[in-house]
Design a protein around this ligand. Structure first.
Ligand code: GTP
Ligand code: ZN
Length: 346
């Protein structure tokens, strides 16, 4: 282990939330460690003593560990003892085959939802990312890159700001390192941020500006969970401003699944009315006694917002259903295999 400058747990993002989960025995026998890489049978971690690898008990799977997780380890045996509860979990619902939502990152404070001041700018996409952030309990910040390439920055800022009066919206030229000071409210000591956004919007450029490094290879890379080496692997960057940046290719295009709560929060002006509709399963499509239709007539809800709300909810429902079915299918399959193995042993 190496430790050039004395790192504290707070530097790594440790707070009372994690401390309160450690019981008296564990205080003396274990060390907290933050996960920076997840491999098939091992995890790479950072402790106040530097970086090291930990082995898991045979009964545990690294599939349940994400970058950013806090774990307790036995420093002598280099064994992970247990994972601590998370303040936030970012996951995506694309792994229909296995019926599990795929973990992307844990214990993130802020999600930089990145888009550019050009044709990439798309309100529906921002709403989708916002739903994921809210559902994950992560604070979203809308980052508008390529602000230098438009004459009408304010036009983009206004559209983004319309998505929530309390929402932070920041426009930057991602290539200009001095502009990243606009992001210091979220990148200070111990704070953890993640970047999401479509290809080409400037995530790599921003990462380089924030880390002061050039080239994504400087980040701490990991193998994927199956032990394959991925060229575009996830990485955890330490920022000169004291924070941590999780960069993951999984955040380029995220499908929604099982994030109804997040969607409802993004479209709160609509979801808060639904219980006033006469029919519990109201589709807000011309049924009598529909509170949402009434709000549209009164000018309190725009038809476009309702359309996008319904589209996202439909997508979420389908994905949730598919995931649930896959889970049942897998359980059945495991049972069949177990039975067959038993039979063979007899
Ligand atoms: N003018 C200007 N150009 C930018 C800005 N941000 C990024 N670019 C340019 O846009 C191009 C794409 O930027 P990247 O940082 O590679 O985008 P990315 O989001 O990492 O793309 P992927 O790796 O495909 O996900 C590069 O040529 C950047 O120099 C900006 O704020 N202003
Ligand atoms: Zn209705």
């Amino acid at each position: 282990m190496t430790n050039p400058t004395q790192t504290t747990l707070a530097d790594l993002g440790w707070t009372n939330f994690y401390q309160s989960q450690v019981d008296i025995d564990e205080v003396t026998t274990t060390t907290p460690a933050r996960v920076r890489g997840v491999h098939r049978t091992q995890i790479s971690v950072i402790t106040t003593d530097g970086t090291t690898d930990l082995t898991l008990d045979p009964g545990m799977s690294t599939a349940e560990i994400a970058i950013g997780d806090w774990v307790l380890c036995d420093p002598k045996s280099a064994l992970m003892i247990r994972r601590l509860d998370r303040i936030s979990t970012l996951q995506r619902g694309s792994d229909y085959q296995h019926g599990e939502r795929q973990l992307i990152a844990a214990n993130i404070d802020t999600l930089f939802i990145t888009t550019s001041c050009n044709a990439d700018f798309n309100v529906a996409r921002l709403e989708r990312y916002l739903a994921l952030a809210y559902d994950a309990d992560v604070t979203p910040v809308i980052l508008l890159t390529k602000a230098d390439q438009t004459d009408d920055q304010q036009h983009y800022i206004d559209q983004a700001q319309a998505l929530g009066p309390d929402l932070a919206v920041v426009a930057v030229d991602a290539r200009d390192v001095t502009e990243t000071t606009k992001l210091t409210p979220w990148t200070g000591k111990g704070q953890t941020v993640a970047l999401a956004g479509s290809s080409g919007v400037g995530k790599t450029t921003l990462t380089n500006a924030l880390t002061g490094e050039n080239g994504a290879t400087q980040g701490i890379r990991e193998d994927d969970a199956r032990g394959r080496h991925t060229t575009t692997g996830r990485s955890l960057h330490h920022l000169p401003s004291g924070g941590w940046l999780i960069d993951t290719p999984g955040m380029r295009g995220l499908g929604v699944a099982d994030v109804v709560a997040g969607i409802n929060e993004v479209f709160s002006e609509i979801s808060s009315l639904e219980h006033q509709c006469r029919f519990r399963d109201c589709k807000h499509d011309g049924e009598p006694g529909c509170a949402v239709t009434a709000a549209i007539a009164a000018g309190d809800v725009t038809p476009d917002r309702l359309k996008r709300f319904q589209k996202l909810r439909r997508e979420d429902a389908i994905a949730t259903e598919t995931t649930a079915q896959a889970r049942i299918r897998n359980k059945k399959f495991t049972k069949v295999v177990k039975k067959a193995v038993k039979k063979k042993k007899r």
